[in-house]
Design a protein around this ligand. Structure first.
Ligand SMILES: Cc1cc2nc3c(=O)[nH]c(=O)nc-3n(C[C@H](O)[C@H](O)[C@H](O)COP(=O)(O)O)c2cc1C
Length: 173
């Protein structure tokens, strides 16, 4: 798939079949994640693959009852590793760079998921503490995104974008 087709054709998917996803495809998705850019190449990301149905249901609850999350056969939960980034960049690392590293990996994975014929959506509305408890995350990791992944059962039309002219500035604001 052409890169521009992939970028423009990706949609947030919120309805999934429970067809399984092979480890091979999960690995391809993770591979796309780890090839994202990162500040100082510190790669301040961590990924948790969740296949267990009970855990997926708990994640859906922690995401303020976005129940469709549990429909997908797999969730990839992306964390920012604040400690790894802070080890080089101090508070700039823990407050800022690690979030961007994890976000870049997340977007790469969303594109790979789409290119492989699956659907997903970036879930960012959740209770951080609840997600950390459910996944037994260490205190130096912060959850950034829950990505439910599965075969899409919907084909949403593209939501409007602000025109470039509205967000573009030449030379200065
Ligand atoms: C940081 C972030 C948080 C988001 N959180 C949620 C969420 O909690 N639930 C949800 O259904 N969609 C969530 N989305 C998906 C957006 O609603 C979606 O990307 C946007 O409406 C544009 O649609 P598109 O992804 O199909 O282009 C989130 C997206 C981002 C980038």
């Amino acid at each position: 798939m052409d890169i521009f087709e992939c970028i423009k054709g990706r949609r947030s998917i919120r309805s999934f079949s429970n067809d399984p996803i092979s480890d091979d495809d999960i690995n391809k998705i993770l591979e796309a994640g780890i090839w994202a850019p990162s500040a100082g190449n510190m790669q301040a990301w961590e990924f948790v693959i969740v296949r267990d149905k009970k855990l997926r249901q708990k994640l859906a609850k922690a995401a303020y009852n976005q129940d469709f999350i549990a429909e997908a056969p797999v969730c990839i939960v992306v964390f920012a590793n604040m400690r790894r980034s802070a080890s080089r960049y101090g508070s700039r690392g823990s407050d800022f760079y690690c979030l961007l590293d994890a976000a870049a990996a997340t977007q790469n994975m969303l594109l790979a998921i789409h290119a492989l014929g699956y659907g997903s959506v970036w879930i960012g509305a959740f209770n951080d503490d609840a997600v950390m408890r459910i996944l037994n995350a260490p205190e130096y990791c912060r959850p950034i995104a829950i990505l439910p992944v599965g075969k899409p059962l919907e084909k949403p039309s593209p939501p409007r974008r602000l025109p470039i002219s509205k967000v573009l500035h030449f030379e200065q604001f």
